[in-house]
Design a protein around this ligand. Sequence first.
Ligand code: UGA
Length: 446
Amino acid sequence: MSTHFHPLRLTVIGTGYLGATHAACMAELGHEVLGVDVEPDKISALQAGRLPFYEPGLAELISKHVASGRLRFTTSYQEAAEFGEVHFSCVGTPQKKGESGADLRYVDAVIDSLAPHLTRPTVVVGKSTVPVGTAERLAERLTALAPVGAQAQLAWNPEFLREGFAVDDTLRPDRLVLGLQQEGSAAEVLLRQVYAPLLDADIPLVITDFSTAELVKTAANAFLATKISFINAMAEVCEATGADVTLLSKCLSYDTRIGGRFLNAGVGFGGGCLPKDIRAFMARADELGVDQALAFLREVDSINMRRRDRMVELAREHCDGSLLGRRIAVWGAAFKPDSDDIRDSPALTIAARLQLLGAEVTVYDPKAMDNARKMYPGLSYADDPLQAARGAHLILHLTEWQEFRDLDPAAVRKVVARPQLIDGRNVLDRDDWRAAGWTCRALGRP
Ligand code: UGA
């Protein structure tokens, strides 16, 4: 670690996915961290090292630093203001109910609750994904509400962590982006101290204005969503022509200008970020009068949604045209592997639709069962993949957990009514499954 490293006192406001990860990782870097949340239950669980969601390595890191004394939690904004030299705002920006735009009430509430307690110079750092223009508005609000006035500075430092890799993405990010009102300001000096260990490790730092920092995040997610929908659009063309989208994607990936990541065709993207972020981005572009610039994102969204329709259609074809009374096993419920997050999960929306069309659907997921049961109590659930498959006419592989790749196709064959498999993620070894007597289909492959 750098000889220049000075531990700072940081607060992290909002202890959801982003905040819990950021708090634990800042303690791991050597800082003293106070996590702040308005929900006392959350705080006492975290203090006891319990996480309300699954993220590899995170519970251990929180326990480690609760024990080391570098990480504590509180519900008091006053305590936070007294403690922190830098305050990170990590609250959520969900999609507004019935609208495309982002709901900023939590982001606003952080400033409204914290600012009146700020009596000495400090920096408030926004990390949430927000519509461009939000930081400027919040900076004005912060100055107006803080007793210390303009010496309470705002900075914007978007977060790019992925669920399933949250700890690693925070400790070893591809880049740090810092949106500032003024280069060389106190905010920049303090944030360079916060991230000193990462800067020493040569993680690139880009200093920008507020708008650029906000846009980097939305643009990154829009690009990733576009890349996924691009390959899924190619999958549609492949299906019409007999071509194989996995080979197409492999060939494209050797072109270093294109690259192979986020080029896996399948049932498409879900989760709490990509779908809501592209919609909020379009809504903001509308407000800014540049809706045409992002019109393509509407297409990205509908290509993505069509994948779910296509999966339902394929399932129906494999059930001789009618889903009524057909037993279907769905492997996977989380929106992606190594996560228990089911927000906008393609797997569960497909499962629920099949059930509505009369199928008897049994779902299994290694981690997301509790969340799935709560949200979709009408579906059946099994304790393991084989139990889910028992008596099934068809198996749909919809979230690519390693556990499913490790299954023995011959053993699964013994329990099903019909050996039919549709791989919605294009990762199972078809040759193995076919060799064991299975009929295998996938999206975008002959
Ligand atoms: C995404 C971004 O990848 C992060 O950089 C960002 O910080 C985060 O949103 C956020 O805004 O907070 P995440 O939602 O965790 O992260 O999930 P991704 O790994 O991006 O996957 C999104 C979806 O795309 C998943 O449903 C996944 O199955 C799907 N996907 C991904 C594909 O269908 N094909 C691919 O090739 C890659």
